[in-house]
Design a protein around this ligand. Structure first.
Ligand SMILES: Cc1cc2nc3c(=O)[nH]c(=O)nc-3n(C[C@H](O)[C@H](O)[C@H](O)COP(=O)(O)OP(=O)(O)OC[C@H]3O[C@@H](n4cnc5c(N)ncnc54)[C@H](O)[C@@H]3O)c2cc1C
Length: 384
């Protein structure tokens, strides 16, 4: 296992950092304050080539590996200071685009992937429902087959990119009697009759990423938009997206931890108390040391998940370890960053307070920390 970057990869990462610093970082504070998704920023990132990185070139993508897509995520987190943008990007690529690429028919891939890869269409995943979060197999949205269509009824909630999305992978029950084995995946376009965007959800962090309900009221989805096999959607979509979600979507948090650490080192060297820089106090050095350990270990775990995926190795335990560890240490790192900045860290003068609000999401979305511990524990001891 060799995680050293080739010259080409180093250059690519640096180019994404520079792009993010120039085109995304300016305005990130305002977008957070206003909870505003900026389509111009999205289009610039699309033009730069970020929206279709992992998809094959024949479908408009760049054919990047999972590892290279992780590098892009890390660079975005480092350079943009806009966790919301990174969330929308991650959802678009990994839980919106990847299932269509992995499970779609040739026709579906030709129809949807080029639009997703170019960023013209924004993608997302509709799984969670008001009464089915951690218990995702408990969804109630139904899909009934009638005259060449599936008719969907139900409500999804917490959907990243909901208000701005053009196409969603939606999971619904095709067999109400069964749990996970009665769920199918569908590709739903925003223009389909009976589809609408429900209430927008206002959040404490990641505020430039729009979140909403999706409503299906006798929504007519052409039968050819079934994604994968009927009744196999739950496992297939989960398997298709697992390592993507638990490497690429976590990568921006690593870039975020790195810029936070650099900012804290600089601040600790400059801020003087008791006649000397606070960096001279061991209590501050210990915090910086912890932040460095969290950063490096988080990066290694995420690289390992990406590397596994690139080698075709399925390792769900490691994917859950990554999700749990990265989300928890990025939260701890953000807390220490505020502490090092003292009272100023608690103000809007520095983007540090935002880091706490942003970091918290990873311990909740895409399977909470409790659910990750549960999965890891079960994989260790078996189901008995
Ligand atoms: C900003 C944001 C964006 C999101 N984006 C998407 C998206 O794009 N698409 C999508 O489908 N979903 C999305 N989600 C939904 C997300 O995946 C869920 O919020 C998450 O799975 C948790 O579900 P819940 O919120 O219903 O919490 P609940 O499942 O109600 O959990 C509440 C608490 O109970 C704990 N708990 C539940 N079951 C157990 C158990 N068996 N053992 C121990 N503890 C348990 C949980 O860990 C948690 O602490 C998003 C959520 C957020 C906040």
């Amino acid at each position: 296992m060799d995680f050293s970057l080739t010259e080409e990869q180093k250059l690519f990462k640096q180019q994404v950092i520079e792009f993010a610093q120039k085109e995304i970082m300016p305005g990130a504070t305002e977008r957070d304050e206003q909870a505003r998704f900026d389509r111009d920023v999205w289009d610039k990132a699309a033009e730069f080539g970020l929206m279709g990185l992992p998809f094959p070139e024949e479908y408009g993508g760049s054919g990047a590996s999972v590892f290279e897509t992780v590098l892009a995520g890390e660079a975005l987190g480092y350079g943009s200071l806009d966790a919301g943008f990174c969330l929308s990007w991650g959802a678009h690529v990994t839980i919106g685009g990847v299932p269509i690429w992995q499970l779609g028919t040739e026709e579906q891939k030709r129809k949807y992937l080029p639009k997703i890869a170019s960023g013209e269409w924004i993608a997302g995943l509709g799984l969670t429902e008001p009464e089915a979060g951690s218990d995702a197999a408990g969804i109630k949205t139904t899909a009934e087959k009638k005259d060449g269509y599936y008719v969907l009824n139900g409500t999804k909630t917490f959907i990243t990119n909901g208000p701005v999305g053009d196409v969603f992978v939606v999971l619904a029950k095709t067999d109400k009697e069964k749990g996970a084995a009665g769920i199918s995946g569908f590709i739903v376009e925003k223009g389909f009759p009976g589809f609408s965007v429900g209430k927008e959800i206002h959040k404490m962090g990641n505020r430039s990423s729009p979140t909403s309900e999706l409503i299906f009221d006798n929504c007519e989805v052409p039968a050819e938009n079934l994604l994968g096999e009927e009744n196999k959607g739950f496992m297939d979509v989960a398997l298709a997206t697992l390592e993507w979600e638990r490497s690429v979507m976590l990568a921006p948090a690593i870039g975020g931890m790195e810029i936070q650490l650099e900012t804290c080192v600089k601040y600790a060297r400059e801020r003087k108390q008791f006649g000397r820089p606070i960096a001279h106090f061991q209590a501050i050095q210990f915090k910086l040391a912890d932040m460095k350990v969290w950063l490096e270990t988080a990066r290694l775990i995420v690289y390992k998940v990406a590397w596994n995926k690139d080698q075709g190795i399925m390792d769900p335990l490691m994917a859950s370890v990554a999700k749990l560890y990265v989300s928890e240490v990025s939260m701890k790192s953000a807390e220490e960053a505020v502490q090092i900045h003292g009272g100023y860290g608690y103000t809007k003068e520095y983007p540090i307070e935002r880091a706490i609000r942003d970091a918290k999401l990873a311990t909740l979305g895409g399977g909470t920390s409790e659910i990750q511990r549960w999965i890891i524990g079960r994989l260790l001891v078996g189901k008995a």
